[in-house]
Ligand binder design. Structure first.
Ligand SMILES: [Zn+2]
Ligand SMILES: [Zn+2]
Length: 91
């Protein structure tokens, strides 16, 4: 299997993923940019863990990622966003 490809959340460049939660292409600029973003949104508020509700199964879970929508049980995490949108439209 070829290594999975992700897009860097900062510059949008594609890179080969080495670790599961890697979000950045690895360039120093992107790391710096990411740190600034996170300093603002996360560390300044001193948020360690927030309680959220999974948009798929409705279970509540704690996470430090404010943008996270899924509880983290494999199934829910893997639901593509597109599919979820379609579901909502149909309802
Ligand atoms: Zn980048
Ligand atoms: Zn869930």
């Amino acid at each position: 299997m070829p290594p999975p490809i992700k897009k860097c959340v900062i510059c949008g460049k594609e890179f080969k993923v080495k670790s599961n939660n890697q979000k950045l292409c690895g360039s120093e600029e992107c790391k710096h940019e990411w740190k600034i973003t996170y300093d603002k949104s996360r560390y300044l508020e001193n948020v360690e863990l927030i309680e959220k509700q999974c948009v798929v199964c409705g279970k509540s879970f704690t996470t430090s990622d404010t943008r996270r929508k899924y509880c983290g049980s494999g199934k829910c995490d893997n639901k593509p966003r597109m599919k979820f949108k379609v579901k909502v439209v149909i309802r």
